[in-house]
Design a protein around this ligand. Structure first.
Ligand SMILES: [Zn+2]
Length: 306
């Protein structure tokens, strides 16, 4: 990442200030540390984790569901913050929006000038091109699907669409957020593809809207499975439930599964012979030596004034 974290100088300086505050030079690691420290401070067990509970510890004393044309807004008040979320969004999306606003409070704490209400759209979908908002999405994902907890859960379910649905249900996250988390943490050795279609035009070629893949060596490239994928999406649009088939691509057996969800099709593509990877039974928060514990406590007290 280059040294410019936002085109907005205040946001850029806030990223630097946060890194300095938690003594972690890499911004993504810094926002993850803030999120984990908050979870630890709240003594949260899960899943699912409650963004309202976590937000309360960050001064968000009220969440209002309102008739909005955007996802959410963080509104500063004398005694803390109010979060407004779009009442028409599904609950999983509202939860992620609240968590995203919690992440904003980490930056506002070190840069109070950022505390102006902002109408937020595209929460959960920000790429590195909007690095500041992308950091808040990373913080939100960590708050709702903490890394170690999510890794353990992902190791307990079979890789595939049923597994993604189970994880999404367990963490009360959207399929999109769950898929992004799976690939961001490089779990399962898989590729997850979204496509959108128009009712009545189901025979037209389907273009992927989003392709996510883990970086494992045995995760296929999209171009190698595109033909099989397009054929399965067409079939999926005619059938109900999960459509599954095994195909052989360049001497590799892969399993493809697709499911129509509303106006979209989600497909998961995994090596067919791959067994579920069992991760070590790691605790949510690794035990620490007395030295690191005191460092963590020190960091928390700097973060949350405790
Ligand atoms: Zn935001």
């Amino acid at each position: 990442m280059n040294s410019k974290y936002s085109s907005d100088p205040t946001e850029h300086n806030a990223v630097l200030a946060l890194c300095e505050r938690v003594a972690i030079p890499e911004p993504k690691a810094a926002i993850v540390a803030c999120s984990l420290a908050l979870i630890e401070t709240c003594g949260v067990v899960g899943p699912p984790l409650s963004p309202e509970h976590l937000g309360y510890a960050r001064g968000i004393f009220r969440v209002d569901k309102k008739d909005l044309v955007f996802d959410a807004c963080l509104i500063p008040k004398d005694s803390g913050f109010i979060v407004e979320v779009c009442k028409f969004n599904p609950r999983a999306r509202q939860r992620f929006s609240i968590a995203h606003e919690i992440a904003h409070t980490f930056f506002i704490e070190v840069m109070p000038e950022l505390g102006l209400p902002k109408r937020e759209t595209g929460i959960g979908l920000h790429s590195e091109y909007n690095y500041f908002e992308h950091l808040c999405d990373i913080g939100a994902a960590e708050l709702l699907m903490p890394g170690e907890l999510f890794r353990r859960a992902a190791a307990e379910v079979a890789p595939g669409l049923t597994g993604i649905l189970e994880l999404a249900n367990r963490f009360q996250a959207s399929l999109n957020a769950t898929a992004r988390r799976l690939t961001a943490l490089n779990l399962w050795s898989c590729m997850i593809v979204w496509s959108r279609f128009n009712e009545g035009a189901e025979d037209v070629a389907h273009k992927p809207k989003l392709v996510l893949r883990t970086t494992s060596a045995d995760t296929p490239e999209f171009r190698s499975v595109r033909t099989f994928w397009a054929r399965q999406v067409s079939r999926c649009l005619r059938e109900r439930g999960i459509v599954s088939e095994n195909v052989c691509v360049t001497n590799e057996d892969i399993r493809m599964e697709s499911l129509r969800v509303g106006g979209e099709v989600i497909s998961v593509i995994i090596p067919a012979k791959r067994q579920p990877r069992m991760s070590a039974q790691l605790p949510l928060f690794p035990s620490r030596s007395p030295t690191t514990r005191s460092k963590a406590a020190d960091r928390q007290s700097r973060l949350f004034g405790r």
